[in-house]
Design a binder for this molecule. Sequence first.
Ligand code: FAD
Ligand code: NAP
Length: 317
Amino acid sequence: MTHAHLIILGSGAAGCTAAIYAARAGLAPLMIRGNQPGGQLTITTDVENYPGFAETIQGPWLMEQMEAQAKHCGATIVGDHIVQADLTAKTLVGMGGDTYTFDALIVATGASAKWLGLESEKTYNGRGVSACATCDGAFYRNREVAVVGGGNTALEEALYLANIAKHVTIIHRRDHFRGEKVLQDRVLAHPKISVIWDHVVADILGDPHPMTGGVTGLRLAHASTGVTRDIAIHGLFVAIGHQPNTKLFAGQLDMDATGYLVVEKGTVFALRDGQRVPGILAAGDVADPLYRQAVTAAGMGCMAALDANRWLESQHI
Ligand code: FAD
Ligand code: NAP
């Protein structure tokens, strides 16, 4: 069993920033990296809006730097993924059965990609269906691919794939994008990207043979009329948003209707039945249904470390 004054769950922008601030405050934090070390920015390429860098930087590089900074400041970093949490007993259990106890906990478990929920999506997952263009895009050199979604992720995935694939078709359920204007402009002007508006993916078509099969097309349905049409593609990239990683805390912390942790107004203390939970804080995408940016996650990580420090001091722990 490992005991730490402060445990930080997650190693994305929120977790790393919390670790930097907590280590500098002398809290000797233990940061548990989880199964996606560095978090969501490790599955993207260009980052143009994280302040401090005049030139475009790479997401994985930024996260390497954040973790190195946390380590340099004195945080201890553990490669484990937590599968059980008992906030009353202040105990966490890792994948291999290791247990961790804490005085204070910062939950910075972020969010994971959402899926369409089609049976065929499961059949072809990893064999033509992906939620990460930077991970799997290279398999589709000079092939036809589609991206579903209309947010920043979908637009960025399409632009990334356009450098590799023969052609990229974006399928969006509405007649306009939700993503930033600068990305919309780039997508709409790109000669290798086209958009099918007002359609949803009704089914993924292909040959399900486990060795030789794969995706051959999509059945699309018009969002209002339901009329279907088929298009030929080899790869589908699902980019329809993210869901917060909060299952561990079901019944233990307050969540909104979509599963995001709810924090106390003006602080980042987590709540249970509307009341502050002593020593439990939440930072980053896991508690942010609105902004979900690297810089806001980092800002909340900073707030969580400062709130944790004040709370630990107030308890004389
Ligand atoms: P995450 O980055 O989601 O990190 C969560 C961490 O928690 C991970 O380390 C994971 O391993 C860990 N974890 C989860 N569950 C457990 C568990 N049970 N036990 C232990 N650890 C656990 N934002 C920008 O500002 N600019 C961009 O250009 C940009 N590009 C993006 C591109 C893509 C493709 C995506 C998906 C997102 C992008 N974002 C961008 C959003 C940005 O990545 C997020 O806002 C940011 O990563 C949130 O940081 P976080 O620390 O809250 O969570
Ligand atoms: P998002 O902004 O929530 O967008 C999800 C998109 O998928 C929306 O267009 C939505 O359609 C569509 N969608 C949702 N469910 C669907 C379904 N079942 N079928 C078909 N379409 C569906 O998610 P995101 O693009 O992943 O972005 C998440 C956060 O990360 C955002 O805050 C974003 O700004 C941030 N991010 C930032 C950058 C950047 O700064 N460069 C890059 C990537 C992500 P509707 O529009 O109809 O709702």
